[in-house]
Design a protein around this ligand. Structure first.
Ligand code: HEM
Ligand code: HEM
Length: 138
């Protein structure tokens, strides 16, 4: 059972990272609209608002799950890997995105630039975390 459970965190996190690409792409379509007044693909705004909170929740769950998995299943010391530190940084960035996203919905449009920039950072951080995680697989 333990042999299978150690793959739960990597599998969940991989789904979360793939989802982040879709969420970023839909958000970026809004950026093009904002800066160049180009009509974004139909449904991209609604999809961004629907998927983004799930994406943030999944990333945060993946980070907590990774820590639990490392300590309980692998019997490691917590935060003993670069992957772990990148993972927690990623989770913090997605939490920040959530907060900024809520502000955007409430009409505080001046945070759009910050939301976009931190979104790019969050996507990069998630990608690097994922790549670093591969070498930790059993
Ligand atoms: C978690 C909850 C989130 C909410 C509620 C949210 C909400 C929004 C809203 C309302 C906009 C449109 C801004 C406008 O009207 O100009 C937007 C834009 C955007 N979002 Fe999100 N978002 C969230 C998470 C994310 C995440 C996780 C990413 C990246 C992976 C992301 C990337 C973007 C980008 C790149 C833009 C364009 C920003 C710009 O105009 O420069 N968002 N978001
Ligand atoms: C953004 C997504 C991810 C986050 C936030 C994340 C976060 C974490 C954290 C915080 C730990 C604890 C490590 C420590 O305390 O030093 C961990 C462990 C681990 N992570 Fe990730 N991780 C992510 C993606 C991945 C991916 C894609 C893989 C595999 C391809 C992976 C493989 C592992 C493995 C093998 C462990 C050791 C625990 C176990 O075997 O289940 N992680 N992760």
């Amino acid at each position: 059972m333990k042999e299978l459970l150690v793959y739960a965190h990597p599998a969940l996190a991989a789904v979360a990272i793939l989802l982040a690409f879709i969420v970023y792409r839909d958000g970026f379509a809004q950026r093009k609209l904002r800066l160049r007044k180009i009509t974004p693909p139909e449904g991209s705004y609604a999809r961004h608002l629907k998927l983004a909170p799930w994406n943030a929740a999944l990333i945060i769950t993946a980070a907590i799950g990774g820590l639990i998995s490392a300590v309980a299943l692998r019997e490691w010391k917590p935060f003993d890997t670069l992957h772990g530190w990148f993972g927690v940084t990623t989770a913090v960035l997605f939490t920040l995105m959530w907060w900024l996203g809520r502000k955007l919905i409430r009409g505080q449009k001046h945070v759009a630039e910050r939301h976009g920039l931190i979104g790019l950072l969050a996507l990069f951080a998630a990608g690097i975390t994922g790549v670093l995680g591969i070498s930790l697989l059993p």
